[in-house]
Design a protein around this ligand. Structure first.
Ligand code: NOJ
Ligand code: CA
Length: 686
């Protein structure tokens, strides 16, 4: 055995000794143990009677994840599931703090212990090597496979990955179905854990003893996304997104898989204030990205989503030069940094949905003068946000990528929204032969490669990427901080398409599920509270402001028509002031799926902001102002649900304004309406 330094603190060993699991420490050649820095989590790794690698986790002396297998099946060789033995292990630990260029918090702490376990298959399987690195934080866990260079395995053609997670206790799960036609754009289900089918991650669970878990992955690079499939009971297993090449992943050795992760906490807040996936990603590879500035934006967008305007040319074409200038004027007047324009380019006139072969990313349509609009924007200190809808045709997009990004940089554009509207399995990718194409999944290996190619190319030209219909976020913004946000869930757009299309619980569910993966371009700020044909939103007016605190993105839209924003001067004032970059963020009240109230500190001033969203049930909260700086008095400008407000009727428009002085130690009572919310700006001084 290679140097095994025990990382298991004495008290964790004592707890473990009382448990039904195998004994801890280096008791036998076949068992390796490790613990998180304060001993909360204890890992055991060994092999079972069929020589299958297994791992388990104990938390605070109680079994959390029972014996769970590891391994791969291959399309062109014997399985890497049985016949393993442990040949050694190595430990390491870290305690460091690193800085984000932008985000929910400026400084991130990474404190962990890790153990790398060396497995080898016996001669019947060709003596193949497979290493697994386990990392233990006090509030989270990650494991990844590391496939070293070796004589009997050059290329891995992975039929599937067999990483198991045996959830030891019953409880509730919040999840969406993997592999669905509409990708991640689903309403979340809430079911018992043993009623989950195959879920996308993050999947969030609350166990019967109150422990909160969120299973996900980190650093998804050149690999297919992991779907979380229930095998039986509460036993889950990875299954990888499909690929046109048969094998779900093809990789040359050596390579590392993405991390398979679990956030682990006693409370909903502990899940949210948790940087597990960021810590498991590589540090910033781009260096200085100060050319990207967090900002708020408006856009020629809601009009097309509602159907009032069109992306295609014609009498109702949204993206005209004149309208773009109007939006730029509005942005300049109210301190918005950007204006998104969709439908500016050639390719929308035909049937773009799911095909996208006609899209040009460099040529504008005749009634949109790209040069004139970008020059006008620059004169007003506003940036045009580009839009590249692909219809899922990445073959067409990749062919134009360099030229497009180069053009945008030359026009002073520093962010581009991309889009991949096509059913799941509808990505048209370049094949091996010239002109050949292949169909791929939105989260298969080829599309994962594509997204990174876009982000890396964009970075060369100082362009940031906001991907819609993306692959899920796995913390890659740490490594590529120009990958600023994504959609990757059911956003505001659904509210344009039907009454209460996103129910009142949707956003307080997103906070604890989708949002654990990273920033979302949700596009809040529909102050009219109306979609197409006057379809009402399941939201009060105050909730539209609360969304800016609940759902983080470094670019935040005010999605409504500018006339509707102008019609609400007080709310518009809040939106124009609320930051999109924070030095601290705390969930000060909330439960999964029910409500979420954050306190966030502006990264560029001493102001604090408090607010968030409520689900269907009205509630009274008492918020503790513990986060404020001692000795300072703050003037609080409060936007809250008015008396009798409810998302269910026209009373959704009722909002109340209040001003108070508050200091550390004070409490603030707050009533949240059904489908309500609140937003508060705290500025030092009276
Ligand atoms: C779907 C996106 O989510 C939406 O924001 C965009 O406007 C349309 N696709 C068209 O690209
Ligand atoms: Ca979408």
């Amino acid at each position: 055995m290679r140097a095994l330094k025990s990382l298991v603190p004495a008290f964790a060993l004592a707890l473990a000794a009382a448990s039904p699991l195998p004994a801890f420490g280096q008791t036998a050649n076949s068992t390796v143990t490790a613990a998180s820095p304060d001993g909360t989590l204890v890992l055991t790794v060994s092999t079972d009677s069929s020589n299958r690698p297994i791992w388990s986790l104990i938390r605070k002396g109680k079994l959390l994840i029972g014996a769970s297998k590891l391994g791969f099946t291959l399309t062109d060789g014997l399985n890497m599931v049985r016949g393993f033995r442990i040949t050694g292990s190595e430990t390491a630990s870290a305690d460091q703090t690193w800085e984000q260029p932008w985000g929910e918090r400026r400084f991130v702490t990474d404190k962990h212990n890790e153990v790398l376990v060396y497995f080898q298959q016996n001669a019947d399987y060709g003596n193949r090597l497979m290493n697994v690195r386990f990392r233990l934080f006090d509030n989270g866990f990650g494991l990844r496979y590391e496939l070293p260079q070796q004589p009997n395995l050059k290329t891995m053609k992975i039929a599937d990955e067999w990483t198991e997670f045996d959830v030891a206790q019953a409880g509730t799960a919040w999840w969406i179905t993997a592999g669905e036609w509409n990708r991640y754009e689903q309403v979340y289900q809430k079911t018992p854990i043993d009623a989950v089918s195959t879920a996308h991650t993050p999947i969030t669970m609350r166990l019967d003893d109150g422990t909160h878990l969120a299973f996900h992955e980190a650093a998804l690079v050149d690999y297919s996304a992991m779907w979380f499939k229930r095998a039986e009971g509460r036993q889950f297993r990875s299954t990888l997104a499909p690929s046109s090449s048969g094998a779900r992943v093809i990789r040359e050795l050596p390579f590392n898989t993405p991390w398979r992760t679990i956030r682990i906490a006693d409370s909903a807040a502990g899940l949210v204030e948790n940087d597990l996936e960021l810590n498991l990603n590589e540090p910033n590879k781009l260096g200085d990205v100060s050319w990207f500035k967090p900002m708020k934006y408006v856009g020629i967008w809601w009009g097309m989503i509602r159907g009032d305007w069109t992306w295609a040319q014609g009498p109702r074409h949204g993206a005209t030069t004149a309208r773009a200038k109007e939006y730029i004027d509005f942005a300049a007047r109210h301190g918005f940094g950007g204006v998104l324009v969709e439908g500016w380019d050639k390719g929308w006139n035909g049937d773009w949905f799911g095909h996208g072969q006609d899209f040009s990313y460099t040529e504008a349509v005749p009634d949109f003068d790209l040069k004139a609009v970008t020059a006008y924007a620059a004169s007003k200190h506003v940036q045009l946000i580009g839009h590249n809808e692909t219809g899922g045709n990445i073959a067409n997009y990749e062919a134009q990528l360099d030229d497009a990004m180069k053009l945008y940089q030359s026009l002073g554009m520093h962010s581009v929204k991309t889009g991949y509207v096509a059913d799941a399995g509808g990505i048209i990718a370049p094949g091996d032969a010239p002109g050949e194409t292949r169909m791929e999944f939105h989260d298969g290996q080829r599309q994962v490669q594509h997204h990174l190619k876009v982000v890396e190319t964009a970075a060369k030209y100082h362009v940031a990427i906001d991907a819609h219909e993306p692959v899920k976020d796995t913390g890659l913004r740490r490594t590529y901080p120009n990958w600023i946000d994504r959609e990757g869930a059911r956003g505001m757009e659904y509210n344009a398409w039907g009454q209460f299309a996103n129910g009142p619980d949707h956003e307080p569910t997103l906070v604890y599920t989708r949002m654990l993966s990273g920033p979302m371009d949700f596009t809040p700020g529909v102050l009219s509270l109306e979609g197409a044909k006057h379809a009402p939103l399941a939201s009060t007016l105050a909730k539209q402001l609360g969304l800016y605190l609940a759902i983080y993105s470094p670019i935040q839209m005010a999605a409504d028509f500018i006339e509707n924003l102008d019609a609400h001067p007080k709310e518009l004032d809040f939106i124009s002031k609320v930051p999109a970059d924070w030095s601290e963020s705390h969930l000060i009240a909330g439960e999964v799926g029910d409500y979420a109230i954050f306190a966030r500190k502006d990264r560029n001033s001493a102001d604090w902001y408090v607010g968030g969203v409520n689900g269907a049930t009205a509630r009274n909260l008492t918020l503790a102002m513990d986060f404020l700086e001692p000795g300072k008095t703050y003037t609080a400008t409060i936007y809250k649900d008015g008396e009798g407000a409810t998302y269910l009727t026209d009373a959704r428009h009722r909002i109340a304004y209040d001003t108070r002085t508050l200091k550390k130690g004070d409490t603030l009572p707050l009533w949240l309406a059904p489908g309500g919310g609140a937003a508060i700006r705290l500025h030092p001084g009276r």
